[in-house]
Design a protein around this ligand. Sequence first.
Ligand SMILES: Cc1cc2nc3c(=O)[nH]c(=O)nc-3n(C[C@H](O)[C@H](O)[C@H](O)COP(=O)(O)OP(=O)(O)OC[C@H]3O[C@@H](n4cnc5c(N)ncnc54)[C@H](O)[C@@H]3O)c2cc1C
Length: 460
Amino acid sequence: MAEADVDLFVIGGGSGGVRAARIAAEHGARVMLAEEYRLGGTCVIRGCVPKKLLVYASRFHAEFEDAAGFGWTLPSASFDWTTLIANKDREIARLEAAYGATLARAGVKVVKTRAALLDPHTIGLADGTRAHARYVLIATGGTPSYGDPISGLEHVISSNEAFHLSTFPRRVLIQGGGYIAVEFAGIFAGLGSHVTLVYRGENILRGFDDEVRQHVRVEMEAHGVRVLTGCKVAGVESTGGHFSVRLSSGNQMPADQVMFAVGRHPNTAKIGLTEAGVEIDRNGAIVVDEYSRTSAANIYAVGDVTNRINLTPVAIREGHAFADTVFGGKPTAVDHANVPTAVFSDPEIGTVGLTETQARERLAQTDIYKAMFKPLRATLSGRDTSVLMKLVVDGLSDRVVGCHVVGEGAAEIAQIAAIAVKMGARKADFDATMALHPTAAEELVTMRKRSASYARVAAE
Ligand SMILES: Cc1cc2nc3c(=O)[nH]c(=O)nc-3n(C[C@H](O)[C@H](O)[C@H](O)COP(=O)(O)OP(=O)(O)OC[C@H]3O[C@@H](n4cnc5c(N)ncnc54)[C@H](O)[C@@H]3O)c2cc1C
């Protein structure tokens, strides 16, 4: 039986694993990486990148409509799903190849197979070969969950399949209230589907600022997405090429496609964690310290499999920090505070820092500054939409601890605002910054009047 001997074996060729493997190799380590599906992982193959491409596609419809108010007359537009998916797939294949080329250039040996630990230093590959490694990095990511078993679950797709549908669904029912559910609702609605979003909780986008959640919901509904909260899918029946969906409310709804986006769980099954002495928590996530080290001294884990903050830049940063720590002689802990995030919904959300609720639980005094306004573009397009901007400020130190934007360009705005929030900018620094006119973001530096101020409330 062939046995490779390496300094580092990486299980998983996604955002975290690829970065860690490359940097470790650049530090001089002999590195081997196993990927069972496609290099690039969730983000590149069936996450952030293809999703954003579909989001772009979905936004043209509103652009065409808006153009009329600016004097344009366009021939009636038509959309072809097959072309979009083929073009998207071509770009994903290009990116996948680029990941392979980068790893090859760095001297990382890639094996396209499933890998599992046999003991803390031995990795078994699906073809029966083994590798011996001084260190192991687990970067196996996560997988869509489907929730409680229901009848007809076999008819339900996840985001994985949504990227590869052979025909465009005219009626889509999506269950879930998180960012993936909300983004796909926007994608399908923008491309012309009748979309119903079903969520068991009180309101969509749990974890985001409450006003942001409400604002997005109202706008989504105004843009034609039907949002049903407080109920869930109880069963799905196949009815001659279509589906009949039974809701817990007793209602029955027809759909051409039923998608669940009800969360994701860490990929920790059958990868030899017990054999290697790697501890997991009750959600199945690998437990790590601030250097991403597991309970086994030579085994580390990064990215979604550790369920810290499940975003690509976080996985990349953790992978890089691991390589610097173990092979670069530079122990580096990742700072998980003030990570900006976006929801590419319709309308878009960009946010960084504390929500109003979090601030009011943690700070002695919380000041809120808020602006809601019709964007300039909507004055001629006639689109019924408004932008929400909100700053959450520590009333005692004047530090801006949260920035929340809903509207066009929100994600781009949040990325830049995150620098200021991370640096500890005060509201006075925002005020001292000259406005850039005419933009929507200028509101963030011109909100002079406090809209509310609260003394601390007890956490619920
Ligand atoms: C629909 C969707 C949209 C998203 N949008 C965004 C976004 O806009 N912005 C953002 O920051 N994040 C987004 N994310 C999250 C982001 O994709 C993940 O946080 C990120 O990919 C995590 O990287 P990772 O390296 O931990 O895991 P992954 O990228 O999931 O990589 C893990 C890899 O390990 C492989 N693997 C698993 N087990 C084994 C094994 N035993 N042997 C060999 N290989 C194995 C898998 O095939 C996979 O390629 C999105 C996710 C989804 C699902």
